[in-house]
Design a protein. Sequence first.
Length: 504
Amino acid sequence: MSTGIDESAGGSPLLRAGAEAVARGELLEGLRIFERAVEVEHGDLRLCALVDVAVMTDRLGDHAGAAARFREALTQMRKDAPRMYPGALIGLSQALQNLGDLDGAQAALEQAREVLGYEGAPGDLRLACLVSATAIALHRQQWWRALELAGESLDAARRFGPEQAGHPLMNLAAAHFETGRWELAQDFAGQALAAFEAVADPGGVAETQQNLALMHTRTGAFDEAEPLLAASQEYFEAAGMAHRAGIGLKVMGFIAERRGRTGVADEQYRAALHRFEESQAVVDAADVRLRLATNAFAAGRYEDGESELAAARGTYAARGLGLHCAQLDYWHAGLLEPLVAHVPGLLARAVDLAVPAALALDAIRYELPDGTQRDSWNRRIVNPALRLAFRYAYLAGDARLVADLIENQCAGTILDIDRLAVDPPAPLDLFEPFDPPSDSAAAVQDALQLGTALAAVAAGAGLPVTPPPRIAVRPDGHIALSAWLDAAEQRYGRRVRTDRVIPA
Protein backbone atom coordinates (compact mmCIF):
# COMPACT_ATOMS: atom_id res chain seq x y z
CA MET A 1 0.00 0.00 0.00
CA SER A 2 1.75 3.19 -1.17
CA THR A 3 2.38 5.91 1.39
CA GLY A 4 4.17 8.28 -0.95
CA ILE A 5 3.76 9.21 -4.61
CA ASP A 6 1.74 12.15 -5.74
CA GLU A 7 1.17 14.00 -2.45
CA SER A 8 2.99 17.13 -3.61
CA ALA A 9 2.83 16.41 -7.31
CA GLY A 10 0.76 19.49 -7.95
CA GLY A 11 3.70 21.71 -7.03
CA SER A 12 6.24 20.00 -9.27
CA PRO A 13 5.98 18.96 -12.92
CA LEU A 14 8.58 16.27 -12.29
CA LEU A 15 6.69 14.74 -9.38
CA ARG A 16 3.49 14.89 -11.40
CA ALA A 17 5.19 13.16 -14.35
CA GLY A 18 6.62 10.49 -12.05
CA ALA A 19 3.21 9.82 -10.51
CA GLU A 20 1.67 9.51 -13.97
CA ALA A 21 4.36 6.99 -15.00
CA VAL A 22 3.68 4.92 -11.90
CA ALA A 23 -0.07 5.00 -12.59
CA ARG A 24 0.67 3.52 -16.04
CA GLY A 25 2.68 0.73 -14.41
CA GLU A 26 6.01 2.14 -15.62
CA LEU A 27 7.81 1.82 -12.30
CA LEU A 28 11.36 2.09 -13.58
CA GLU A 29 10.47 5.26 -15.48
CA GLY A 30 8.77 6.63 -12.38
CA LEU A 31 11.88 5.90 -10.33
CA ARG A 32 14.08 7.64 -12.89
CA ILE A 33 11.88 10.76 -12.81
CA PHE A 34 11.73 10.84 -9.01
CA GLU A 35 15.51 10.49 -8.79
CA ARG A 36 15.81 13.47 -11.14
CA ALA A 37 13.41 15.40 -8.90
CA VAL A 38 15.64 14.71 -5.89
CA GLU A 39 18.48 16.39 -7.77
CA VAL A 40 16.63 19.53 -8.87
CA GLU A 41 13.87 20.21 -6.33
CA HIS A 42 14.31 21.92 -2.97
CA GLY A 43 12.68 21.87 0.46
CA ASP A 44 9.56 19.78 0.92
CA LEU A 45 9.36 18.96 -2.78
CA ARG A 46 12.81 17.38 -2.64
CA LEU A 47 11.85 15.40 0.46
CA CYS A 48 8.65 14.25 -1.20
CA ALA A 49 10.72 13.10 -4.19
CA LEU A 50 13.10 11.25 -1.88
CA VAL A 51 10.18 9.42 -0.24
CA ASP A 52 8.81 8.56 -3.68
CA VAL A 53 12.20 7.17 -4.68
CA ALA A 54 12.13 5.00 -1.57
CA VAL A 55 8.61 3.75 -2.34
CA MET A 56 9.58 2.87 -5.90
CA THR A 57 12.80 1.22 -4.79
CA ASP A 58 10.84 -0.97 -2.40
CA ARG A 59 8.24 -1.92 -5.00
CA LEU A 60 11.01 -2.82 -7.44
CA GLY A 61 12.48 -5.24 -4.91
CA ASP A 62 15.51 -3.39 -3.50
CA HIS A 63 14.16 -3.45 0.04
CA ALA A 64 17.46 -2.64 1.75
CA GLY A 65 17.99 0.33 -0.57
CA ALA A 66 14.44 1.48 0.12
CA ALA A 67 14.93 1.31 3.89
CA ALA A 68 18.09 3.40 3.56
CA ARG A 69 16.25 5.99 1.46
CA PHE A 70 13.36 6.19 3.91
CA ARG A 71 15.80 6.69 6.79
CA GLU A 72 17.66 9.36 4.84
CA ALA A 73 14.41 11.22 4.21
CA LEU A 74 13.28 10.88 7.84
CA THR A 75 16.47 12.46 9.15
CA GLN A 76 15.89 15.52 6.95
CA MET A 77 12.21 16.23 7.57
CA ARG A 78 10.40 17.85 10.46
CA LYS A 79 8.76 15.44 12.87
CA ASP A 80 5.66 17.61 12.88
CA ALA A 81 5.19 17.32 9.11
CA PRO A 82 1.56 16.15 9.17
CA ARG A 83 1.69 13.79 6.21
CA MET A 84 5.25 13.32 5.06
CA TYR A 85 6.81 12.16 8.33
CA PRO A 86 4.25 9.48 9.29
CA GLY A 87 3.97 8.43 5.65
CA ALA A 88 7.73 7.83 5.49
CA LEU A 89 7.59 5.82 8.73
CA ILE A 90 4.84 3.61 7.30
CA GLY A 91 6.88 3.16 4.13
CA LEU A 92 9.94 2.23 6.21
CA SER A 93 7.81 -0.33 8.05
CA GLN A 94 6.77 -1.92 4.77
CA ALA A 95 10.38 -2.12 3.53
CA LEU A 96 11.51 -3.69 6.81
CA GLN A 97 8.69 -6.26 6.58
CA ASN A 98 9.98 -7.25 3.16
CA LEU A 99 13.45 -7.65 4.68
CA GLY A 100 12.06 -9.88 7.42
CA ASP A 101 12.85 -7.34 10.17
CA LEU A 102 9.43 -7.57 11.81
CA ASP A 103 10.55 -6.00 15.10
CA GLY A 104 11.94 -2.99 13.24
CA ALA A 105 8.81 -2.79 11.12
CA GLN A 106 6.62 -2.84 14.23
CA ALA A 107 8.72 -0.12 15.89
CA ALA A 108 8.45 2.17 12.84
CA LEU A 109 4.72 1.57 12.67
CA GLU A 110 4.20 2.32 16.36
CA GLN A 111 6.10 5.57 15.90
CA ALA A 112 3.85 6.48 12.97
CA ARG A 113 0.74 5.68 14.99
CA GLU A 114 1.98 7.90 17.80
CA VAL A 115 2.54 10.77 15.38
CA LEU A 116 -0.97 10.26 13.96
CA GLY A 117 -2.61 10.20 17.38
CA TYR A 118 -3.95 13.76 17.27
CA GLU A 119 -7.54 14.66 16.45
CA GLY A 120 -8.09 15.22 12.75
CA ALA A 121 -4.99 13.27 11.65
CA PRO A 122 -5.12 12.17 7.99
CA GLY A 123 -7.50 9.22 7.81
CA ASP A 124 -5.78 7.67 4.79
CA LEU A 125 -2.53 7.40 6.75
CA ARG A 126 -4.34 5.83 9.69
CA LEU A 127 -5.76 3.36 7.21
CA ALA A 128 -2.24 2.69 5.91
CA CYS A 129 -1.13 2.02 9.50
CA LEU A 130 -3.89 -0.52 9.97
CA VAL A 131 -3.11 -2.25 6.68
CA SER A 132 0.59 -2.42 7.55
CA ALA A 133 -0.17 -3.68 11.07
CA THR A 134 -2.31 -6.43 9.52
CA ALA A 135 0.57 -7.42 7.26
CA ILE A 136 2.91 -7.74 10.25
CA ALA A 137 0.37 -9.96 12.03
CA LEU A 138 0.13 -12.12 8.89
CA HIS A 139 3.93 -12.39 8.70
CA ARG A 140 3.99 -13.49 12.34
CA GLN A 141 1.12 -15.93 11.67
CA GLN A 142 -0.99 -14.27 14.36
CA TRP A 143 -4.19 -15.17 12.56
CA TRP A 144 -6.74 -13.89 15.08
CA ARG A 145 -4.94 -10.56 15.36
CA ALA A 146 -4.73 -10.31 11.57
CA LEU A 147 -8.46 -10.96 11.18
CA GLU A 148 -9.28 -8.31 13.76
CA LEU A 149 -7.00 -5.69 12.19
CA ALA A 150 -8.16 -6.48 8.64
CA GLY A 151 -11.78 -5.97 9.68
CA GLU A 152 -10.94 -2.61 11.21
CA SER A 153 -8.99 -1.69 8.06
CA LEU A 154 -11.99 -2.45 5.88
CA ASP A 155 -14.18 -0.22 8.01
CA ALA A 156 -11.56 2.53 7.85
CA ALA A 157 -11.38 2.18 4.06
CA ARG A 158 -15.14 2.58 3.81
CA ARG A 159 -14.91 5.87 5.71
CA PHE A 160 -11.58 7.34 4.61
CA GLY A 161 -10.35 5.82 1.38
CA PRO A 162 -12.66 3.58 -0.64
CA GLU A 163 -10.12 3.60 -3.45
CA GLN A 164 -7.79 1.67 -1.10
CA ALA A 165 -10.37 -0.99 -0.21
CA GLY A 166 -8.52 -3.71 -2.10
CA HIS A 167 -5.75 -3.87 0.50
CA PRO A 168 -7.86 -4.76 3.58
CA LEU A 169 -10.03 -7.05 1.45
CA MET A 170 -6.94 -8.97 0.35
CA ASN A 171 -5.64 -9.13 3.93
CA LEU A 172 -8.97 -10.58 5.03
CA ALA A 173 -8.66 -13.12 2.24
CA ALA A 174 -5.17 -14.13 3.36
CA ALA A 175 -6.11 -14.49 7.03
CA HIS A 176 -9.24 -16.53 6.32
CA PHE A 177 -7.40 -18.74 3.86
CA GLU A 178 -4.71 -19.57 6.40
CA THR A 179 -7.34 -20.49 8.98
CA GLY A 180 -9.21 -22.83 6.65
CA ARG A 181 -12.10 -20.72 5.36
CA TRP A 182 -11.05 -21.16 1.76
CA GLU A 183 -14.31 -20.28 0.02
CA LEU A 184 -14.72 -17.14 2.11
CA ALA A 185 -11.09 -16.25 1.40
CA GLN A 186 -11.64 -16.54 -2.33
CA ASP A 187 -14.75 -14.36 -2.05
CA PHE A 188 -12.71 -11.66 -0.33
CA ALA A 189 -9.94 -11.97 -2.90
CA GLY A 190 -12.47 -11.62 -5.72
CA GLN A 191 -13.79 -8.45 -4.11
CA ALA A 192 -10.23 -7.12 -3.75
CA LEU A 193 -9.64 -7.77 -7.45
CA ALA A 194 -12.86 -5.94 -8.36
CA ALA A 195 -11.87 -3.01 -6.14
CA PHE A 196 -8.43 -2.65 -7.75
CA GLU A 197 -9.89 -2.99 -11.26
CA ALA A 198 -12.50 -0.33 -10.48
CA VAL A 199 -9.86 2.28 -9.65
CA ALA A 200 -7.52 1.19 -12.48
CA ASP A 201 -4.68 0.12 -10.17
CA PRO A 202 -2.63 -2.30 -12.32
CA GLY A 203 -0.20 -3.11 -9.52
CA GLY A 204 -3.02 -3.96 -7.13
CA VAL A 205 -4.69 -6.07 -9.81
CA ALA A 206 -1.47 -8.01 -10.47
CA GLU A 207 -0.77 -8.61 -6.77
CA THR A 208 -4.32 -9.85 -6.21
CA GLN A 209 -4.14 -12.11 -9.27
CA GLN A 210 -0.95 -13.59 -7.86
CA ASN A 211 -2.49 -14.05 -4.42
CA LEU A 212 -5.55 -15.73 -5.93
CA ALA A 213 -3.28 -17.96 -8.00
CA LEU A 214 -1.45 -18.95 -4.82
CA MET A 215 -4.76 -19.84 -3.14
CA HIS A 216 -5.84 -21.97 -6.09
CA THR A 217 -2.42 -23.64 -6.15
CA ARG A 218 -2.54 -24.55 -2.49
CA THR A 219 -5.98 -26.10 -2.93
CA GLY A 220 -4.80 -28.09 -5.96
CA ALA A 221 -6.74 -26.08 -8.58
CA PHE A 222 -3.74 -25.64 -10.87
CA ASP A 223 -5.76 -25.00 -14.04
CA GLU A 224 -7.48 -22.07 -12.33
CA ALA A 225 -4.21 -20.76 -10.95
CA GLU A 226 -2.16 -20.70 -14.14
CA PRO A 227 -3.98 -17.96 -16.13
CA LEU A 228 -3.90 -15.65 -13.11
CA LEU A 229 -0.28 -16.50 -12.50
CA ALA A 230 0.69 -15.81 -16.12
CA ALA A 231 -1.08 -12.44 -16.18
CA SER A 232 0.47 -11.25 -12.93
CA GLN A 233 3.94 -12.54 -13.84
CA GLU A 234 3.86 -10.63 -17.12
CA TYR A 235 3.16 -7.41 -15.20
CA PHE A 236 5.83 -7.98 -12.55
CA GLU A 237 8.51 -8.93 -15.05
CA ALA A 238 7.74 -5.92 -17.26
CA ALA A 239 7.70 -3.58 -14.26
CA GLY A 240 10.99 -4.94 -12.92
CA MET A 241 9.47 -6.01 -9.59
CA ALA A 242 12.02 -8.66 -8.62
CA HIS A 243 10.45 -9.71 -5.31
CA ARG A 244 6.96 -10.22 -6.71
CA ALA A 245 8.37 -11.95 -9.80
CA GLY A 246 10.21 -14.30 -7.42
CA ILE A 247 6.93 -15.20 -5.71
CA GLY A 248 5.42 -16.04 -9.10
CA LEU A 249 8.39 -18.24 -9.99
CA LYS A 250 8.07 -20.07 -6.67
CA VAL A 251 4.40 -20.83 -7.33
CA MET A 252 5.22 -21.97 -10.89
CA GLY A 253 7.87 -24.25 -9.41
CA PHE A 254 5.37 -25.74 -6.98
CA ILE A 255 2.89 -26.50 -9.79
CA ALA A 256 5.66 -28.10 -11.84
CA GLU A 257 6.74 -30.17 -8.81
CA ARG A 258 3.20 -31.42 -8.22
CA ARG A 259 2.93 -32.40 -11.88
CA GLY A 260 6.09 -34.48 -11.60
CA ARG A 261 8.32 -32.10 -13.57
CA THR A 262 10.99 -31.98 -10.89
CA GLY A 263 13.73 -30.61 -13.15
CA VAL A 264 11.58 -27.67 -14.19
CA ALA A 265 10.49 -27.16 -10.58
CA ASP A 266 14.07 -27.04 -9.33
CA GLU A 267 15.02 -24.57 -12.05
CA GLN A 268 12.13 -22.25 -11.18
CA TYR A 269 12.83 -22.52 -7.45
CA ARG A 270 16.45 -21.55 -8.10
CA ALA A 271 15.30 -18.58 -10.18
CA ALA A 272 12.92 -17.55 -7.39
CA LEU A 273 15.70 -17.87 -4.79
CA HIS A 274 17.92 -15.63 -6.91
CA ARG A 275 15.19 -12.96 -7.07
CA PHE A 276 14.60 -13.16 -3.31
CA GLU A 277 18.29 -12.94 -2.49
CA GLU A 278 18.62 -10.05 -4.92
CA SER A 279 15.81 -8.29 -3.04
CA GLN A 280 17.10 -9.41 0.38
CA ALA A 281 13.63 -10.88 0.99
CA VAL A 282 15.08 -13.39 3.40
CA VAL A 283 11.85 -14.97 4.68
CA ASP A 284 10.66 -15.67 1.13
CA ALA A 285 14.11 -17.09 0.38
CA ALA A 286 13.75 -19.38 3.38
CA ASP A 287 10.32 -20.51 2.17
CA VAL A 288 11.66 -21.51 -1.24
CA ARG A 289 14.59 -23.32 0.40
CA LEU A 290 12.04 -25.61 2.01
CA ARG A 291 10.79 -26.61 -1.45
CA LEU A 292 14.38 -27.10 -2.66
CA ALA A 293 15.01 -29.32 0.37
CA THR A 294 11.94 -31.42 -0.44
CA ASN A 295 13.16 -31.96 -4.00
CA ALA A 296 16.66 -32.76 -2.76
CA PHE A 297 15.35 -35.45 -0.37
CA ALA A 298 13.18 -36.92 -3.13
CA ALA A 299 16.26 -37.16 -5.38
CA GLY A 300 18.37 -38.76 -2.64
CA ARG A 301 20.55 -35.65 -2.15
CA TYR A 302 20.12 -35.73 1.61
CA GLU A 303 23.05 -33.49 2.53
CA ASP A 304 21.77 -30.78 0.16
CA GLY A 305 18.31 -31.09 1.68
CA GLU A 306 19.62 -30.82 5.23
CA SER A 307 21.66 -27.76 4.27
CA GLU A 308 18.64 -26.00 2.77
CA LEU A 309 16.50 -26.82 5.83
CA ALA A 310 19.16 -25.55 8.23
CA ALA A 311 19.47 -22.28 6.30
CA ALA A 312 15.70 -21.78 6.27
CA ARG A 313 15.30 -22.57 9.95
CA GLY A 314 18.11 -20.20 10.88
CA THR A 315 16.32 -17.40 9.05
CA TYR A 316 13.02 -18.07 10.81
CA ALA A 317 14.59 -18.42 14.25
CA ALA A 318 16.62 -15.22 13.92
CA ARG A 319 13.41 -13.29 13.27
CA GLY A 320 11.37 -14.81 16.06
CA LEU A 321 9.09 -16.74 13.70
CA GLY A 322 8.43 -19.63 16.04
CA LEU A 323 5.43 -21.04 14.21
CA HIS A 324 7.44 -21.12 10.97
CA CYS A 325 10.11 -23.10 12.85
CA ALA A 326 7.51 -25.56 14.16
CA GLN A 327 6.07 -26.08 10.68
CA LEU A 328 9.55 -26.61 9.24
CA ASP A 329 10.48 -29.10 11.99
CA TYR A 330 7.31 -31.08 11.31
CA TRP A 331 8.05 -31.09 7.58
CA HIS A 332 11.67 -32.06 8.25
CA ALA A 333 10.53 -34.97 10.43
CA GLY A 334 8.26 -36.14 7.62
CA LEU A 335 11.11 -36.04 5.10
CA LEU A 336 13.11 -38.36 7.35
CA GLU A 337 10.40 -41.06 7.43
CA PRO A 338 11.73 -43.16 4.53
CA LEU A 339 15.19 -43.18 6.15
CA VAL A 340 14.61 -43.88 9.83
CA ALA A 341 14.60 -47.67 9.46
CA HIS A 342 18.02 -47.68 7.76
CA VAL A 343 20.09 -44.88 9.30
CA PRO A 344 21.29 -45.47 12.89
CA GLY A 345 20.26 -42.74 15.31
CA LEU A 346 17.92 -41.04 12.86
CA LEU A 347 14.74 -42.28 14.54
CA ALA A 348 15.64 -40.50 17.80
CA ARG A 349 16.21 -37.32 15.85
CA ALA A 350 12.89 -37.70 14.05
CA VAL A 351 11.09 -38.09 17.40
CA ASP A 352 12.87 -35.01 18.73
CA LEU A 353 11.69 -32.98 15.72
CA ALA A 354 8.15 -34.32 15.44
CA VAL A 355 6.84 -34.26 19.01
CA PRO A 356 7.58 -30.64 20.06
CA ALA A 357 6.49 -29.40 16.62
CA ALA A 358 3.17 -31.23 16.89
CA LEU A 359 2.54 -29.83 20.38
CA ALA A 360 3.28 -26.29 19.23
CA LEU A 361 1.03 -26.62 16.19
CA ASP A 362 -1.73 -28.09 18.35
CA ALA A 363 -1.58 -25.06 20.65
CA ILE A 364 -2.29 -22.62 17.80
CA ARG A 365 -5.91 -23.70 17.44
CA TYR A 366 -6.71 -22.31 20.88
CA GLU A 367 -5.83 -18.84 19.56
CA LEU A 368 -8.34 -19.02 16.70
CA PRO A 369 -11.63 -17.16 17.10
CA ASP A 370 -14.24 -19.79 16.37
CA GLY A 371 -14.97 -23.46 16.18
CA THR A 372 -14.94 -23.66 12.37
CA GLN A 373 -11.42 -22.31 12.18
CA ARG A 374 -10.23 -24.46 15.06
CA ASP A 375 -11.70 -27.55 13.42
CA SER A 376 -10.07 -26.72 10.08
CA TRP A 377 -6.67 -26.10 11.69
CA ASN A 378 -7.03 -29.36 13.59
CA ARG A 379 -7.87 -31.40 10.49
CA ARG A 380 -5.35 -29.84 8.10
CA ILE A 381 -2.40 -29.15 10.37
CA VAL A 382 -2.60 -30.73 13.80
CA ASN A 383 -3.89 -34.22 13.03
CA PRO A 384 -1.17 -35.03 10.45
CA ALA A 385 1.52 -33.67 12.79
CA LEU A 386 0.26 -35.70 15.75
CA ARG A 387 -0.08 -38.84 13.63
CA LEU A 388 3.58 -38.49 12.69
CA ALA A 389 4.55 -37.96 16.34
CA PHE A 390 2.59 -41.07 17.39
CA ARG A 391 4.16 -43.12 14.60
CA TYR A 392 7.70 -42.17 15.57
CA ALA A 393 7.03 -42.74 19.29
CA TYR A 394 5.67 -46.21 18.44
CA LEU A 395 8.63 -47.05 16.16
CA ALA A 396 11.01 -45.92 18.91
CA GLY A 397 9.29 -48.27 21.37
CA ASP A 398 8.69 -45.40 23.81
CA ALA A 399 5.56 -46.65 25.58
CA ARG A 400 5.48 -43.77 28.04
CA LEU A 401 5.62 -41.19 25.26
CA VAL A 402 2.80 -43.00 23.41
CA ALA A 403 0.70 -43.08 26.58
CA ASP A 404 1.37 -39.40 27.31
CA LEU A 405 0.40 -38.42 23.78
CA ILE A 406 -2.87 -40.30 24.24
CA GLU A 407 -3.54 -38.53 27.57
CA ASN A 408 -2.74 -35.22 25.89
CA GLN A 409 -5.34 -35.87 23.19
CA CYS A 410 -7.98 -36.98 25.68
CA ALA A 411 -7.70 -33.82 27.78
CA GLY A 412 -10.37 -32.04 25.74
CA THR A 413 -11.06 -28.33 25.34
CA ILE A 414 -11.93 -25.90 28.12
CA LEU A 415 -14.13 -22.83 27.67
CA ASP A 416 -12.48 -19.55 28.61
CA ILE A 417 -15.09 -18.35 31.12
CA ASP A 418 -13.16 -15.18 31.93
CA ARG A 419 -13.28 -14.05 28.31
CA LEU A 420 -16.97 -14.89 28.07
CA ALA A 421 -17.71 -12.75 31.13
CA VAL A 422 -16.10 -9.49 29.98
CA ASP A 423 -16.97 -7.01 27.26
CA PRO A 424 -15.02 -7.39 24.02
CA PRO A 425 -11.99 -5.10 23.66
CA ALA A 426 -12.37 -1.74 21.98
CA PRO A 427 -11.25 -1.52 18.36
CA LEU A 428 -7.66 -0.57 17.71
CA ASP A 429 -8.61 2.85 16.39
CA LEU A 430 -11.70 4.74 17.49
CA PHE A 431 -11.72 7.78 15.24
CA GLU A 432 -14.36 9.70 13.35
CA PRO A 433 -14.15 10.55 9.68
CA PHE A 434 -13.01 14.06 8.94
CA ASP A 435 -13.42 13.95 5.16
CA PRO A 436 -16.13 12.27 3.09
CA PRO A 437 -15.06 9.48 0.74
CA SER A 438 -13.76 10.73 -2.58
CA ASP A 439 -16.18 10.78 -5.51
CA SER A 440 -13.58 9.02 -7.66
CA ALA A 441 -14.03 5.90 -5.55
CA ALA A 442 -17.73 5.42 -6.25
CA ALA A 443 -17.01 2.42 -8.47
CA VAL A 444 -15.67 0.37 -5.58
CA GLN A 445 -18.76 0.71 -3.40
CA ASP A 446 -20.14 -2.67 -4.49
CA ALA A 447 -16.90 -4.36 -3.45
CA LEU A 448 -16.91 -2.47 -0.16
CA GLN A 449 -20.51 -3.33 0.62
CA LEU A 450 -20.09 -7.02 -0.14
CA GLY A 451 -16.72 -7.14 1.60
CA THR A 452 -18.12 -5.50 4.72
CA ALA A 453 -21.08 -7.88 4.72
CA LEU A 454 -18.78 -10.88 4.40
CA ALA A 455 -16.61 -9.55 7.21
CA ALA A 456 -19.64 -9.19 9.45
CA VAL A 457 -20.64 -12.79 8.79
CA ALA A 458 -17.10 -14.04 9.29
CA ALA A 459 -16.76 -12.19 12.56
CA GLY A 460 -19.62 -14.11 14.16
CA ALA A 461 -18.45 -14.80 17.68
CA GLY A 462 -17.37 -18.30 18.56
CA LEU A 463 -16.93 -19.66 22.06
CA PRO A 464 -13.48 -18.64 23.34
CA VAL A 465 -11.30 -21.44 24.66
CA THR A 466 -8.17 -21.54 26.78
CA PRO A 467 -4.90 -23.29 26.01
CA PRO A 468 -5.03 -26.80 27.47
CA PRO A 469 -3.81 -27.53 30.99
CA ARG A 470 -0.99 -29.86 31.93
CA ILE A 471 -2.07 -33.44 32.69
CA ALA A 472 -0.96 -35.32 35.82
CA VAL A 473 -0.89 -39.03 34.96
CA ARG A 474 -1.56 -41.80 37.47
CA PRO A 475 -0.18 -43.68 39.30
CA ASP A 476 2.99 -41.62 39.80
CA GLY A 477 1.44 -38.21 39.04
CA HIS A 478 4.04 -37.25 36.43
CA ILE A 479 3.12 -34.42 34.06
CA ALA A 480 2.37 -35.85 30.62
CA LEU A 481 4.90 -34.74 28.01
CA SER A 482 6.54 -32.37 30.50
CA ALA A 483 9.98 -32.36 28.87
CA TRP A 484 8.46 -32.20 25.39
CA LEU A 485 6.23 -29.26 26.34
CA ASP A 486 9.20 -27.40 27.77
CA ALA A 487 11.18 -28.12 24.60
CA ALA A 488 8.35 -26.82 22.42
CA GLU A 489 7.99 -23.58 24.39
CA GLN A 490 11.74 -23.01 24.37
CA ARG A 491 12.25 -23.80 20.68
CA TYR A 492 9.31 -21.88 19.31
CA GLY A 493 8.91 -19.05 21.81
CA ARG A 494 5.19 -19.73 22.23
CA ARG A 495 3.16 -20.87 25.20
CA VAL A 496 1.64 -24.28 24.50
CA ARG A 497 0.09 -25.06 27.90
CA THR A 498 -1.28 -23.17 30.85
CA ASP A 499 0.17 -23.58 34.35
CA ARG A 500 -2.99 -25.34 35.50
CA VAL A 501 -2.62 -29.05 36.27
CA ILE A 502 -5.52 -31.52 36.17
CA PRO A 503 -5.53 -35.27 36.83
CA ALA A 504 -5.82 -37.64 33.90
